[in-house]
Design a protein around this ligand. Structure first.
Ligand code: FPP
Ligand code: MG
Ligand code: MG
Length: 320
């Protein structure tokens, strides 16, 4: 099927807009400080799909099109996303991102977190050029991002439905920024003057796209083969992040589905095995011999002993 002339025109507008966003991003993420410049450019140059700017540019078609302000908003949102990735990989203990080792595996947690902070400062500077409304949108979105991440970390509270909790986490940690991307396209192209209903419609659309996007990301975390996505599959499992595929599997296992119970058992053993590997990693300097020992029973015995004394990989890592 051939795309219509208007589809081709739209594709051209978005492509040209993305070029403008990209050209400006390199400048906006430049730091005079040579150390900061290397770590902040690291993940920007490693790749990324630029989905959020694309949505901003598309939404702007409802108004004046790709104005300078629309480009600035798209950049601010992409830089906010970039900042969140540095923090996210520390919290998830993720080894790879965009096909390269994650920032904290290269420079350690402190530098990775501070790099995220620097980028977030730049994102805010960009938004501040667009006035009070933009600053408000940016800070409200940031609040939701952080709350989403916090609730993911804490898990459902007693009596809370795990699926409802999960969907709320997705709406906050992913939907909020994608919604802000779509909403910005309306606001900074003055499309809300054409029809005030556009703002809410694009905001809701963006949020739903965000939830769907994150759901797919969570399935891919469990189904991708290593090297396929630029990330390490199974990162959610290892970090103890309970996603919808796992919730559904638990539901089916509880309802008596033997295949689901078998798969759940295998996933749980995988988590225990990787937790043990992390523990051995944390012990590396003192017990390199154990880490290298071919005898898994020996490692199990060590892990059992440490558990009895409430020693975890986290406390060991902190003690080093
Ligand atoms: C990715 O989720 C993480 C997010 C969408 C945002 C998390 C929010 C923060 C880290 C707080 C925001 C901080 C700043 C500085 C803006 P994921 O781990 O499921 O996705 P992944 O598979 O890409 O790792
Ligand atoms: Mg992650
Ligand atoms: Mg995460």
């Amino acid at each position: 099927m051939f795309a219509s002339a208007s589809d081709r025109r739209l594709a051209k507008v978005v492509d040209e807009g993305l070029d403008r966003v990209e050209a400006g991003l390199a400048t906006e993420v430049h730091f005079a400080d040579p150390i900061a410049d290397v770590s902040t450019r690291y993940l920007l140059e490693a790749g990324g799909k630029r989905v959020r700017p694309m949505l901003t540019l598309l939404a702007a078609q409802l108004g004046d099109g790709v104005t300078d302000d629309v480009v600035t908003a798209a950049q601010a949102i992409e830089v906010t996303h970039l900042a969140s990735l540095y923090h996210d990989d520390v919290m998830d203990d993720a080894d790879r991102r965009r096909g390269v080792p994650s920032a904290q595996t290269v420079w350690g947690n402190t530098v990775a977190i501070l790099t995220g902070d620097l980028l977030f400062a730049r994102a805010n500077q960009l938004m501040s050029r667009l006035g009070e409304r933009a600053i408000r949108l940016q800070s409200d979105t940031f609040e939701r991002l952080v709350l989403g991440q916090l609730h993911e970390t804490l898990g459902p509270q007693p009596g809370e439905d795990p699926v409802a909790h999960y969907v709320q986490v997705l709406a906050d940690k992913t939907g909020s920024l994608i919604a802000a991307a779509a909403q910005s396209g309306v606001l900074f192209s003055n499309a809300d003057a054409v029809d005030p209903a556009y703002e809410r419609a694009m905001l809701e659309f963006g949020e739903r796209v965000g939830i769907a996007f994150q759901l797919v990301d969570d399935v891919i975390d469990l189904s991708a083969k290593p090297g396929e996505t630029g990330k390490v599959p199974g990162t959610d499992l290892r970090a103890g992040v309970v996603t919808l595929p796992l919730l559904k599997l638990r539901e089916r296992a509880a309802a008596g589905d033997a295949d689901a119970a078998d798969l759940l058992g295998r996933l749980e053993r995988y988590v225990i095995r990787t937790a043990r590997e992390q523990l051995v990693d944390a012990l590396d300097t003192n017990t390199a011999a154990i880490a290298l020992a071919p005898d898994p029973a020996m490692v199990d015995a060590l892990v059992g002993e440490l558990r009895e004394h409430s020693v975890t990989a986290e406390t060991l890592a902190e003690a080093r």
